[in-house]
Design a protein around this ligand. Sequence first.
Ligand code: HEC
Length: 137
Amino acid sequence: MAGPKPLPVDSQLAEGGRVYAVSCAACHLADGEGMEGLSLPLRNSKWVLGPEDRLIRIVLHGVRGPIDAAGVEANLEMPGMGFFSDEEIAAVLTYTRSAWGHRAPRVSAPSVARVRAETEGRGDSWTVAELEAVRLE
Ligand code: HEC
């Protein structure tokens, strides 16, 4: 068998919670409510609950310019975190799609690998217009 075995479901969530606490909570806060002038809410965000192809891009390369989530608007910049492995990004996104009462589908490491390959060579963060133009599988 090639590559590491996928983590069992509950280990993926636990790993995602760890990555979230270390890498996302500083800006989006532990409760996912975000903070004005620093970030946006992830709780009840259409970006978190919506198509994984957009959400994965946001974590890989970041997002900049006007954007709104859960009724809050921002015009800031989030740095990309493509240095995380496919497994770590899948885990943290699965965590955000399961925490705070969310019930959105999990994100798998192969999905992150696919999006990473599709966006290879990209340096810039995404704008909302670009994310909305992404062709969904
Ligand atoms: C340094 C602060 C910072 C960190 C760390 C950070 N973000 Fe963000 N995030 C932002 C900012 C700022 C925006 C809004 C950018 C804009 O205005 O275009 C944003 C936007 C987002 C969005 C889209 C809008 C929304 O609220 O749904 C998602 C999804 C997101 N971040 C997820 C994450 C995840 C997952 C992590 C951890 C892997 C993370 N962020 C880490 C600052 C951060």
